[in-house]
Design a protein around this ligand. Structure first.
Ligand code: 2PG
Ligand code: MG
Length: 425
């Protein structure tokens, strides 16, 4: 039974140069684990709270010294010397110690760093690969079964690219690839042909957004989609048969709610929810899109089932800001038929066990699960192990550039080489 000997933490910097938390957990056996937490920019309103110092003279208020101090002080003091039979016992202790519904006292960044570091230390103590330990956290006795299919950011807009177009991501889904290795090579070819296209069409070298996606000055969202299809063709693939597209519309960020139902500001005339759904279905008719993330705003609950009925069977209705990896929101969405896929981000909820509850709930409802990184990432690679252990259908990490992204893809390639597991269909 793992007994915590000590907990330590350090303020480190993420891929945007913003502070985040890295924790180290050392067990009485001497086994140790270290883990770093990511951070979002296009965040959902229902996310657990990332504790920031709010001192404007340092990192524009984004410092994490308080969160780090909470790990080294109160959390280490309360948990040091204690044993925890399971991850859920440790996470429950963290949740109780914090005592708030959204982890705002000690910080979800502090809690998640400890939760992950404990998982790594426990895997090390047991001498098993992290993905197998994550599988056991998901369900006792479970083993890793499949590898997630990478969905890789090609073009960026929205909050990750200075808002030159409202929608956030157009992603490549290498649907015909049989292995992760082949999926990465396919995506590289598409990305390079898209970079060539950006130079020709927009006179722009490959300047990239927060997650490494290409971000030329597209005149509108339609151009992003059209250019993606051209890039796939020029790379020698058949759109829709070999390579498909996924969208992160991130529509909460161009939605203004009001008493008469709110409007979507996609360029041109503002759209009501029915207009937005028509717009999305129009894209599905013209482009090979297999997944639509946050097609509607996080508060537009009444219209999510309408969107789902409209596109069901053609593309996944994937909830990110809408669901926030939160079991209560997921339950409501399952009960109302509002979505059929969960974007799983552990730091939206703040502990591994709660994220596992969300994952199981979605999978029990027959939903698809896409395991996702954040736009602010670190060189840590635990996410690849998590996606394998929890049987994620897809892994979304951003683009095929930048080491904080490639750390996860490289880990996935290593897991593929080690296990020979098949990629999810
Ligand atoms: C998203 C994520 C990752 P962020 O919206 O899906 O692309 O962005 O981490 O900024 O929330
Ligand atoms: Mg999203």
């Amino acid at each position: 039974m793992p007994t915590i000997h000590s907990l330590d933490a350090l303020e480190i910097l993420d891929s945007r140069g913003r502070p985040t938390v890295r924790a180290t957990c050392t067990l009485a056996s001497g086994a140790a684990g270290m883990a770093s937490v990511p951070s979002g920019a296009s965040t959902g309103a229902a996310e657990a709270l990332e504790l920031r110092d709010r001192d404007p003279s340092r990192y524009r208020g984004l410092g994490c010294r308080q969160a780090v101090g909470n790990v080294r002080g109160e959390i280490a003091g309360a948990l040091g010397g204690q044993n925890f039979a399971h991850q859920s016992a440790l996470d429950q202790a963290l949740i109780s110690l914090d005592g708030t519904p959204n982890k705002s006292r000690l910080g979800a960044n502090a809690l998640l760093a400890v939760s992950l570091a404990f998982a790594r230390a426990t895997a090390a103590e047991q001498g098993i690969p992290l993905y197998q330990h994550f599988a056991a956290i998901h369900t006792p006795g479970k083993k890793a079964e499949t590898l997630p299919r990478p969905t890789i950011n090609l073009f960026s807009g929205g909050k990750h690219a200075g808002g030159q177009v409202p929608i956030q991501d157009v992603l490549v889904v290498p649907i015909a690839a049989k292995t992760v290795d082949e999926a990465m090579a396919t995506t590289y070819a598409v990305y390079q042909s898209a970079a060539d296209l950006c130079l020709e069409k927009y006179g722009m070298r490959a300047l990239t957004a927060d997650e490494g996606g290409l971000a030329p000055p597209f005149p509108d969202a339609e151009a992003m989609l059209g250019d993606a299809v051209v890039a796939i063709e020029r790379a020698g693939y058949t759109p829709g048969q070999e390579v498909a597209l996924a969208l992160d519309v991130a529509s909460s960020h161009f939605y203004s709610g009001n008493d008469t139902g709110g409007r979507y500001h996609l360029g041109g005339e503002p759209l009501d929810s029915a207009g937005m759904i028509r717009h999305l279905t129009g894209w599905l008719e013209r482009y090979p899109i297999v997944s639509v993330e946050d097609g509607l705003a996080e508060e537009d609950w009444a219209n999510w089932p309408v969107l789902r009925r409209a596109i069901r069977g053609r593309a996944l209705v994937l909830g990110d800001d809408f669901l926030c990896t939160n079991p209560t929101r997921i339950r409501r969405a399952v009960d109302t038929g509002a979505a059929d896929a969960l974007l799983l981000k552990v730091n939206q909820i703040g502990t591994l066990s709660e994220a596992a509850d969300s994952c199981r709930m979605a999978q029990a409802a027959g939903w698809h699960v896409t395991v996702s990184a954040r736009s602010g990432e670190t060189e840590d690679d635990w996410l690849a192990d998590l996606a394998v252990g929890w049987s994620g259908g897809h892994l979304k990490v951003g683009s095929i550039t930048q080491s904080e992204r490639l750390a996860k893809y490289n880990r996935l390639l290593a897991i593929e080489a080690e296990t020979g597991l098949k990629m999810a269909g």
